[in-house]
Design a binder for this molecule. Structure first.
Ligand code: FAD
Ligand code: DHB
Length: 395
């Protein structure tokens, strides 16, 4: 027997995009059910991004999930670029007329969102298996899924595909409905989290002949470091001591000396990819976040793009339910994609500027250094980096 329920918006995926959409709609009296393949513990334990744009912070405030963020997050007014043995500061705040970024882990954002959904009685179904989207080209879309051995059907007005790059919603669209654009980079990032004070007050993006390295953080006592590695690298091949040695070798001397090391809490390899699927809507199914696009992590844009998609999608759904308008639903894909493509460009550019490519020649390496030198010595070039890094406007 199939258990049947109804909601207004069926959300697939309890990552940041699905949870944020569910919370924003709930606050406007719009019902949602969120179907998540993983367990609650898995969702709450996942470690990913760490830098939030101002636009995302404003959305979290509107979603009433920013109390802890306001108390605990670190505000960063600049970042550093390091190359040829020297560190150079990009004054984000000065160059953008006052914009900053907020350092607060995706893990914490997810915790705050889950806590808020639970406090408001939001319906989150974990360990939902075999989720499938049906009839989204009609006005009666449905989601089917299994929990344990029970079969369920969720009838809804709209489906939000917030189920990440490997999710099911994008794959359920007819093959000729989507055009995909993709670039896979010939390397990955090996990340390490440790309970150690960050090497510096601000993030350091390092271009080095041994490969890219990033010094980031989660708090004043917790650090997050990344080093460029082979795409098929195994984290197990990197005992902590090997990681710290390699990181030290890629940092300018003063940073290498100041680096505090300690046992890792987590270590993992992430592939680097650029990907966009267009359009982000098919009938009554809307894609958002990683389900529709991926950026390489170098510009810290993945999580922030998930938030800007939800800005456009929540606004469109609220206009539909409150005013009977469907113009914003119709323009959702175009509005979201305009911003997505600019973040794709920026992430590709930051990646190209900072990494060693297997086929790059000594000439290419010198061009990278010349471009970095230009970026840190020209106010116009530094401003272009800064305004993208803090986040382009939502409109
Ligand atoms: P996700 O966070 O992927 O959430 C999708 C959810 O859908 C997941 O909970 C998943 O379990 C669920 N799901 C998947 N399939 C199904 C299904 N069939 N049925 C039901 N549920 C399903 N960005 C940065 O800016 N900086 C970083 O350092 C960074 N590091 C990253 C490291 C890794 C390993 C990855 C994968 C991503 C990283 N990102 C980073 C990107 C950033 O984390 C994502 O852009 C962000 O999580 C997107 O949010 P989302 O909600 O759209 O997707
Ligand atoms: C982090 C990740 C990024 O990709 C980035 O550009 C900055 C920070 C992080 O995980 O802290």
């Amino acid at each position: 027997m199939t258990d049947m329920t109804r909601t207004q918006v069926g959300v697939v995926g309890a990552g940041p995009s699905g949870l944020l959409l569910s919370q924003l709609l709930h606050l406007q009296g719009i019902e949602t059910v969120v179907l998540e393949r993983r367990s609650r513990d898995y969702v709450l334990g996942r470690i990913r991004a760490g830098v939030l744009e101002q636009g995302m912070v404003e959305m979290l405030k509107r979603a009433q999930v920013a109390d802890r963020l306001s108390r605990e997050a670190l505000i960063h007014e600049g970042i550093e670029l390091a190359f040829a043995g020297r560190r150079h500061r990009i004054d984000l705040k000065g160059l953008t007329g006052g914009s900053v970024v907020t350092v607060y882990g995706q893990t914490e954002v997810t915790r705050d969102l889950v806590a808020a959904r639970e406090a408001l009685g939001g319906q989150l179904v974990y360990e939902a298996n075999d989720v499938a989207a049906h009839d989204f080209d009609s006005d009666k879309p449905r989601l089917t899924y299994r929990v344990d051995s029970g079969e369920h059907e969720l009838r809804c007005d709209f489906i939000a595909g917030c189920d990440g790059f490997h999710g099911v919603t994008r794959q359920s669209l007819p093959r000729d409905a989507l055009r995909a654009y993709e670039r896979v980079y010939p390397f990955g990032w090996l990340g390490l989290l440790s309970e150690t004070p960050p090497v510096s007050d601000e993030l350091i993006y390092n271009n080095h002949e041994r490969g890219f390295a990033l010094c980031s953080m989660r708090s004043r006592h917790r650090s997050r470091y990344y080093i460029q590695c082979a795409a098929d690298e195994k984290a197990e091949a990197w005992p902590d001591a090997r990681f710290w040695d390699e990181l030290r070798a890629r940092l300018p001397a003063d940073a290498a000396e100041a680096l505090a090391t300690g046992p890792s809490i987590e270590k993992s390899v992430a592939p680097l990819r650029s990907f966009v699927a267009e359009p982000m809507r098919f009938g009554r199914l809307f894609l958002a976040g990683d389900a529709a696009h991926i950026v390489p992590p170098t510009g810290a844009k993945g999580l922030n793009l998930a938030a800007s998609d939800i800005h456009f999608l929540s606004r469109a759904l609220i206009a539909f339910y409150e005013e009977g308008r469907d113009d914003l639903l119709d323009s959702y894909s175009e509005a979201a994609l305009r911003r997505v493509w600019k973040a794709e460009r920026f992430s590709w550019w930051m990646t190209s500027l900072l990494h060693r490519f297997p086929d790059s020649s000594p000439f290419d390496a010198r061009l990278q250094l010349a471009e970095l030198d230009y970026v840190v010595s020209s106010r116009a070039a530094a401003t272009a980096l800064a305004e993208n890094y803090v986040g382009l406007p939502y409109e």
